[in-house]
Design a protein around this ligand. Structure first.
Ligand code: EPU
Length: 420
């Protein structure tokens, strides 16, 4: 198992290119199952989750080729079942269910189960499939969906914590091949949902309203092959922006798409970070001094849960009290105890973390528990005095392309070592 050794205290300087969005590319790869024709996806990040989704598609009968940042999928013939272990390993693979149901009118997928960030139910996905006329059975850890015909319908997909990103994508994919019109109310508005809708429309689907809470899908008989370029990863861009501010450097984030980052930029500015927009790029540096800030995670266009851990790391350096409230995933605070090991003062009170900031961080060995927690520990390590060892960085490799290489190019002293 690899870990990162980070010698902190070097301000980051230079340019970093943002890769394609993990959370767009996974459902887009799944959407290729909807057609017997070949599809080409460009701007794909080199991530273990992408390779993993490639394995799932291959297992289902598709031909998958990954070359550089281009993925080609040809799902001429497919079978309707997802292997238990494959699907269970990656929660994002639940989004094969919509395409399988749309194309084959049946799907059998293992229930994904929880993970360290929270319970992660799929009740809203299932509610949507039922509204399209699918009969569902849950047995021996699998969910089976079957329909003689899929028929468009109206549905409300809001849940306990608001909308669902992959649930919305799943229903858009199944409904694209249903008869008649489907209307999703309380749909997720995330840019990744819009990207999936754009790919489906390029395949011949008729989807309007993506990016708003009401999405309308008029079913078509067949979808065809298409080519698509994935949007940049707004979470990677936010992570590098926070790293620039934490290390007290200045970084040009190329292809950052500030228009996908309004809530993050707003909070960074409130916290005393300077963010300049230059076309598709952002230039980020710390202002005169960092200030405490209160942040609550919300569905898009609110502050993303996927940037909560990184923002908390930044707030440990801002003098005063910051309150960070997590409203999407109830146990997404695994990074708190590890940040404390670096010298941060953070208390958890219900869904909130209270950060008493302004104390310098000092390096220590820490353990990564999930993808974004790992990112927070790495950027905290960059700002800490001395050496930080971040263990179990396979979590990072799931969702950040070449993070250590990109940071080294910005001047960071970070090394990948084999801890086993
Ligand atoms: N929820 C339900 N029922 C459902 C589905 C979701 O109650 O059927 C709840 C969840 O428990 C959660 C909230 O709704 O409280 C939002 O979950 P959502 O379904 O939107 O999450 P997701 O689609 O499974 C994607 C990203 C996550 C990201 C969330 C929220 C992918 C592959 N994953 O998950 O990304 O945190 O949306 O924006 O797209 C990450 O990249 O680190 C990551 C975890």
């Amino acid at each position: 198992m690899d870990s990162f050794l980070i010698k902190g205290g070097v301000p980051l300087h230079g340019e970093v290119q943002i890769s394609g969005a993990k959370n767009a590319v996974l459902p887009i790869m799944a959407a290729t199952l909807l057609t017997a024709e070949p599809c080409v996806i460009r701007g794909v990040p080199n991530l273990s989750d992408v390779k993993f989704m490639g394995q799932i598609l291959t297992w289902l009968g598709a031909k998958v080729g990954i070359e550089g940042d281009t993925v080609r999928v040809h799902a001429k013939k497919i079978k309707g079942q997802g292997d238990y272990d494959l699907v269970r390993k990656m929660r994002g693979s639940i989004c094969i269910m919509g395409p399988l149901l749309g194309r084959l009118k049946k799907a059998r997928v293992s229930l994904p189960g929880g993970c360290v960030i929270g319970a992660r139910p799929i009740n809203l996905h299932l509610k949507g499939f039922e509204a399209l006329g699918a009969k569902l059975t849950i047995q021996s850890g699998y969910v089976e969906a079957e329909a003689k015909r899929l028929v468009g319908g109206a549905m409300f997909l809001g849940g306990r914590a608001g909308s669902t990103v992959l649930g919305t994508a799943n229903i858009m994919m199944a409904a694209s091949l249903a008869e008649g019109v489907t209307v999703i109310e309380s749909a997720a508005c995330e840019p990744e949902v819009v990207d999936v809708a754009n790919f489906l429309n390029a395949m011949g689907a008729k989807i309007s309203g993506a990016g708003s809470p009401t999405i309308t899908i008029t079913g078509v008989k067949e979808l065809h092959g298409a080519e698509h370029h994935v949007i940049p990863d707004r979470i990677e861009a936010a992570t590098f922006a926070i790293a620039a501010a934490m290390s007290n450097g200045e970084v040009t984030i190329k292809g950052a798409r500030a228009d996908h980052l309004h809530a993050v930029i707003d909070k960074l500015e409130e916290a005393g970070v300077v963010v300049e927009r230059r076309g598709a790029d952002m230039i980020v540096r710390r202002g005169k001094k960092l200030k405490s800030s209160d942040v609550t995670t919300l569905p898009y266009s609110g502050f993303p849960t996927d940037v909560q851990a990184q923002m908390m790391a930044l707030m440990t350096l801002a003098p005063g009290i910051s309150i960070i409230t997590e409203r999407i995933f109830e146990s997404r605070f695994m990074h708190v105890s590890e940040l404390t090991r670096l010298g941060a003062d953070i208390q958890i009170e219900g869904p909130s973390a209270i950060v008493k900031g302004g104390r310098p961080l000092s390096g220590a060995p820490v353990m990564a528990s999930d993808l974004r927690a790992s990112a927070a520990l790495v950027i905290a390590g960059l700002a800490a005095k001395g050496t930080t060892q971040v263990n179990r960085i396979y979590h990072l490799d799931r969702g950040y392309e070449n993070m250590d290489g990109k940071l080294r190019a910005l001047g960071a002293r970070i090394q990948r070592v084999d801890e086993s």
